[in-house]
Ligand binder design. Structure first.
Ligand SMILES: [Zn+2]
Length: 85
């Protein structure tokens, strides 16, 4: 994992900075909420919407079975852990 905080070049540095406060957690599963939006279940016990982030964080992989399988076990920043810290 060389580039944990990848963001598009035009992302304001303030956004990258706030993102870096969110600890990385392992994705251990997925489910869909009542709106059929995908929610990743993280190793810390939190669940995080994958598609409710600002547009530059949209993760197209989550809508495909292969994409979800591919990301299982990978790390993603947990916003809730970041807020509690
Ligand atoms: Zn968490």
């Amino acid at each position: 994992m060389a580039c944990l905080y990848y963001a598009p070049p035009r992302t304001p540095s303030s956004l990258i900075h706030s993102m870096s406060k969110q600890p990385l957690r392992k994705i251990i599963g997925y489910h869909q909420d009542e709106h059929a939006d995908w929610v990743a279940e993280l190793s810390c016990g939190h669940a995080q919407h994958v598609r409710h982030n600002p547009p530059w964080l949209l993760r197209p992989w989550v809508i495909s079975v292969e994409g979800r399988k591919d990301h299982l076990g990978r790390m993603m920043p947990c916003r809730k852990c970041g807020e509690e810290a």
